[in-house]
Design a protein around this ligand. Structure first.
Ligand code: NAD
Length: 484
């Protein structure tokens, strides 16, 4: 018996589903490669309808007292907690990660909601002194209007929460472009928000492909702020078009993050964090450690431990597995091709190097070595379980190697020396640096973001996200002493 695949449509103006002129795209399950769902391929018409719905809801939402907006966002966060299992099952099915990991990610999304709901009771401005004694001065935060939110699929529910909650608490309405590899996650979030009492049109979700739906959203003249999480190549294009329009834009892009292991490191701990940073979530983290830089004196012992434990990693979609599949076949093909190209340039495959011989999109955890620091992989994010191991003579070379990439998102150093820890933390080009930990690990109240090719300098989430999603206005009032 052939069963019809679920079809995932848009949420526009509180209504689910709309026909679309561009047809449908098929989404495949990463864990076994089977057809999983069909998504509508939204084009300018559907995107236009979503922006119109967001605009129509804009004044009422912006005029609502911020604590009241916060109350609704808290209701959404609590509803998400109540349906965490359902959300985690959706995330796990669409990404191939384990339910355990997906539950953790959903918990993070709930926390984000709680954090920004609380901001409804603050949204602080400042009071300022004036040179004129009779002038009272304050700053207030004002929403931009309609926010375009575009996300990647790697941690889909966290990525949605990361953008939707701060955008809405500031009084914007939003059009969220779901990642094409995690359409049902966005759809379920919109449903939960709707059922929790979010007014129609405040959050609209459009489904479809990047070059069609994402591009139509970015090009729409009715958008007031764009927040994008994705690859540097697409981020550059969005930045260019936003620049031409002088439009507010936040770009959270890729990383090629270094994890440095010094000769005084606790090697056991360093290997533990290298494995987690390079391979957990199948290496699909902007903050993954894809460059492991080890001082000569401990290189051989570190390498031995790293390869031994990499070989023991379990690959699969279950709670007992260490990493799952990558998100789609295109990614798997791209990664295998990049590994083959590196081999042709002289890289040695210390372990892994190819896809696993089973259904689904599984890449063996891979360590490459023998490449110079200047190799093109230093500036090329693969977004999968592939790490390059570099050997360097000393700390100074390790720092130089860490800073050799155009990217500058996160970094980590393993050392017992407070001097090296402090010096590295100051000197490494990154927006987040960890000592004796992995290259990832942000929390809802941390300002996350990078330098160089990793972004345009904005920080989300944390309180700094409020600067992305609101404008500051200075208000002054003068005392007329003659009327006292
Ligand atoms: P991608 O850039 O291909 O796609 C990201 C999103 O942009 C998708 O929703 C896609 O449909 C959309 N898109 C694609 N082309 C578009 C266009 N022309 N106009 C508008 N939208 C378009 O990235 P990906 O491969 O899906 O995601 C992985 C990337 O995301 C990696 O580079 C990773 O480092 C990055 N990422 C960054 C962060 C961060 O916080 N810095 C977090 C997660 C992922």
């Amino acid at each position: 018996m052939v069963t019809a695949l679920p079809e995932i449509g848009n949420w526009i103006g509180g209504t689910h589903g709309r026909p679309t002129a561009l047809g449908r795209a098929t989404k495949f399950a990463p864990s076994d490669g089977s057809e999983q769902s069909r998504i509508v391929r939204s084009g300018p018409t559907e995107v236009g309808a979503a922006v119109t719905a967001a605009r129509a809801a804009s004044d009422a939402w912006a005029d609502m007292a911020a604590p009241a907006r916060g109350r609704i966002l808290l209701d959404i966060a609590q509803a998400l907690r109540g349906r965490a299992r359902e959300m985690a099952e959706t995330v796990a099915a669409e990404t191939g990660k384990s339910i355990k990991e997906a539950l953790g990610e959903t918990g993070g999304a709930v926390q984000l909601g709680e954090f920004f709901a609380g901001e409804g009771m603050r949204l602080h401005g400042r009071t300022l002194p004036s040179g004129s004694p009779d002038k009272l001065v304050q700053t207030i935060r004002q929403p931009h209007g309609v926010a375009a939110l575009i996300i990647a699929a790697n941690t889909p529910i966290a990525n949605i929460a990361w953008k939707v909650f701060p955008a809405l608490i500031c009084g914007n309405t939003a059009v969220l472009k779901a990642a094409e590899d995690t359409p049902a996650t966005a759809d379920l979030f919109a449903r939960i928000a709707h059922e929790a009492g979010l007014p129609a049109g405040v959050l609209n979700v459009v489904q479809g492909l990047g070059a069609e739906t994402g591009q139509a959203l970015v090009d729409h003249p009715g958008i007031d702020v764009i927040s994008f999480t994705g690859s540097t190549a697409v981020g550059r294009r969005i930045g260019e078009s936003a620049g031409r329009r002088l439009q507010r834009v936040s770009l959270e892009l890729g990383g090629k993050n270094p994890l440095v292991v010094c000769d005084d490191a606790d090697l056991d701990n360093a290997v533990k964090w290298a494995l987690l940073s390079a391979f957990s979530n199948a290496g699909q983290r902007c903050a993954a450690a894809s460059r492991i830089i080890v001082l000569d004196a401990v290189h051989d012992e570190f390498r031995r431990l790293l390869l031994e434990r990499t070989a023991a990693l379990r690959v699969g979609p279950g709670d007992d597995d260490d990493l799952g599949p990558v998100i789609n076949l295109r990614q798997l093909d791209r990664m295998e091709a990049a590994v083959a190209a590196a081999e042709a340039r002289g890289a040695r495959i210390a372990i892994g190097g190819r896809r696993l011989d089973r259904p689904g999109f599984y890449m063996a955890p891979t360590v490459l070595e023998g490449l110079p620091i200047a190799d093109e992989l230093t500036n090329c994010e693969l977004f999968g379980p592939v790490a390059v191991l570099n050997r360097v003579p000393d700390y100074a070379e390790a720092l130089a190697a860490a800073n050799a990439s155009e990217y500058g998102l996160t970094a980590a150093i393993h050392t017992r020396s407070v001097d090296r820890a402090h010096h590295f933390s100051r000197k490494v080009r990154a927006g987040l640096v960890n000592v004796n930990l992995g290259t990832f690990g942000s929390e809802p109240h941390f300002p996350f973001g990078g330098v160089g090719a990793s972004g345009n300098g904005t920080r989300e989430p944390g309180l700094e996200a409020l600067d992305v999603y609101s404008d500051l206005k200075v208000m002054t009032v003068t005392i007329d002493r003659s009327r006292l």
